[in-house]
Design a protein around this ligand. Structure first.
Ligand SMILES: NC(=O)c1ccc[n+]([C@@H]2O[C@H](COP(=O)([O-])OP(=O)(O)OC[C@H]3O[C@@H](n4cnc5c(N)ncnc54)[C@H](O)[C@@H]3O)[C@@H](O)[C@H]2O)c1
Length: 340
């Protein structure tokens, strides 16, 4: 039977995404209260706690792990902390929401997933785009057979501005940091796993990204188990804003979603026809998805059901990203079976 008790949650990390999740949990999601927020940068934790009236702010996340009144933890700290924190939070018997990616290393991901399984706690990975109303509609139509058998998938995913070269150095590279969302979307929308990838990539936006060992532009071909073929195209800089489009074409039709814009005006004059640019970046574009993913996480704890984005859903896009990296470096198609 569903347990509707209020879930007490601790947030680890008060950076860009930690602040959003803390705010959503504290103000927009029923059935949950934020009991504590931790950040090695104590000031960041204290500022967020004060703004959102969170009971406790701390520099050491152990204060959250040791608090028996806390049922769940949202891991929002930097990627290099995720797999270790999953193990520690699981050992403390608390349910886990963890930002993407789990880790860049598959052995460490496997250890983390095993510890969550053995501890019997819920684990959800932060692939928020699955909860975007547009993309969810595309998935529903494809799963209902409304476009027949899927043949072609196209995902366009271009950021409005590149990250700093310092960020590029520690992020694990574009495939693991940015394309990882598109790898997840691809298998979610087509409803089938990818077997092989072929990545063409280059440095066309900022040479400093290349000097940091990363790429900023890519075109990736995907072969799916069900026979469908897909492409992902990425750029770190679209001068007209955050470009997030999806199209699935099949034997019985096609479904596509366009960019979301701040308004829908169309201005026409003697020179042409103009409308608003896409919403600027992920904070603006994916607002609803960030709320929806945490609502479903809380629901899965209360109802004792599997989370909608499991640990294995977190692992597979990392395999796809590692395959894309290998494909780019070796100039050849790479089967996912070569990676894991
Ligand atoms: N789903 C999304 O759309 C999305 C968007 C942005 C970031 N992310 C992911 O979220 C994670 C954080 O990204 P961000 O942009 O918020 O980074 P950020 O650098 O803004 O914030 C990270 C915070 O974690 C803190 N931190 C680091 N180690 C810690 C520890 N041991 N204990 C407590 N706090 C610690 C840092 O002090 C910092 O305040 C990354 O894994 C990133 O990939 C996901």
């Amino acid at each position: 039977m569903a347990n509707t008790k209020t879930i007490r949650i601790g947030v680890i990390g008060a950076g860009r995404i930690g602040k959003i999740h803390a705010e959503n949990l504290a103000t927009r999601i029923p059935g949950v209260e934020v009991a504590a927020i931790a950040d090695v940068n104590r000031t960041a934790a204290e500022e967020t706690a004060a703004r959102l009236h969170i009971e406790k702010a701390c520099a050491d996340y152990q204060d959250i792990l040791g608090d028996k009144s806390i049922d769940a933890v949202a891991i929002c700290s930097s990627t290099d902390t995720h797999s270790r924190l999953i193990m520690e939070v699981a050992a403390a018997g608390k349910h886990i929401f963890c930002e993407k990616p789990i880790d860049h290393d598959l052995a460490r991901i496997d250890q983390a997933l095993t510890s969550a399984k053995n501890a019997g706690v819920r684990l959800q990975i932060g692939f928020n785009r699955r909860f975007d109303p547009n993309f969810r509609k595309v998935r529903e139509l494809v799963m209902a057979g409304k476009i027949g058998k899927p043949h072609l998938l196209r995902i366009t995913s271009r950021d409005p501005a590149p990250p700093s070269p310092e960020y590029a150095k520690v992020s694990g590279g574009m495939f693991l940091d940015m394309t990882i969302h598109d790898f997840d979307m691809a298998r979610y929308i087509v409803g089938s796993n990818v077997t092989e990838v072929y990545a063409a990539a280059g440095v066309l936006v900022d040479p400093r990204i290349g000097e940091a060992g990363d790429v900023d532009t890519a075109l990736i071909t995907l072969y799916f188990e069900n026979g469908a073929i897909g492409t992902l195209d990425n750029s770190r800089q679209a001068v007209y804003g955050y470009d997030q489009r999806v199209e699935v074409f099949g034997s019985g039709g096609m479904v596509a979603v366009a960019n979301n814009t701040p308004d829908t005006h169309v201005y026409s004059n003697g020179e042409g026809v103009q409308s608003a640019k896409p919403l600027y970046f992920f904070l603006e574009r994916y607002t609803d998805s960030f709320i929806n993913e945490l609502k479903e996480f809380i629901k899965s704890i209360q109802e004792g059901t599997e989370t909608p984005v499991t640990g294995m859903d977190g692992r597979i896009p990392v395999v796809m990203a590692l395959a894309a990296k290998k494909s780019y470096l070796e100039h050849r198609p790479v089967k996912l079976s070569e990676i894991n």
